[in-house]
Design a protein around this ligand. Structure first.
Ligand SMILES: [Zn+2]
Length: 77
């Protein structure tokens, strides 16, 4: 069984590694060699059906900044 594990490297950020469920978790980043944390994929993870996918990355809403217009009615009287 092959799984896509999600790791996080301090240097490179998150990346996915496709490996066998029997394989040990990566300890080092394949790119830079730093220590990595495995975010998901711990043994015992539940699979319901075949539609297993992970979407942990939430894209922050980029709300347009509302600028208040200070309308100054300068009445030269
Ligand atoms: Zn790295």
């Amino acid at each position: 069984m092959m799984l896509t594990y999600l790791y996080e490297c301090e240097e490179c950020g998150r990346f996915e590694e496709f490996q066998s469920i029997k394989d040990d978790a990566l300890e080092k980043c394949p790119k830079c060699g730093r220590e990595v944390k495995r975010i998901i994929g711990a043994p015992g993870i539940l699979f319901k059906g075949s539609n297993f996918y992970v979407n942990q990355e939430k894209k922050a809403d980029s709300k347009p900044i509302k600028t208040k217009e200070n309308k100054k009615d300068e009445k030269a009287s």
